[in-house]
Ligand binder design. Structure first.
Ligand code: SF4
Ligand code: SF4
Length: 72
């Protein structure tokens, strides 16, 4: 499982649940469940969903240093 690198914010007012973004997500982080788009914790911040959403309904914020093990 890749480390989580992005925080996904879905604007449910704009999202028309077209199912485009889940098809472009390389980590299967997006899914339409019971008629609503949900994001899990597998985002690698590739920004595909943002890029391909026709309604600008999804936004990704890159996370730095998440769960980075302490070094030496
Ligand atoms: S930024 Fe990439 S990995 Fe993250 S939810 Fe969007 S498509 Fe998936
Ligand atoms: S591409 Fe945009 S409108 Fe379509 S399901 Fe994803 S967030 Fe919603």
């Amino acid at each position: 499982m890749p480390q989580r690198k992005g925080e996904v914010a879905i604007n449910h007012r704009y999202c028309k649940r077209c199912n485009i973004c889940p098809q472009f997500c390389p980590t299967n982080n997006l899914e339409i469940v019971k008629g609503k788009l949900v994001a899990y914790d597998r985002c690698i911040a590739c920004f595909n969903c943002e890029r391909y959403c026709p309604d600008m309904a999804i936004e990704v914020v890159k996370i730095y240093n998440v769960e980075t093990p302490a070094t030496g």
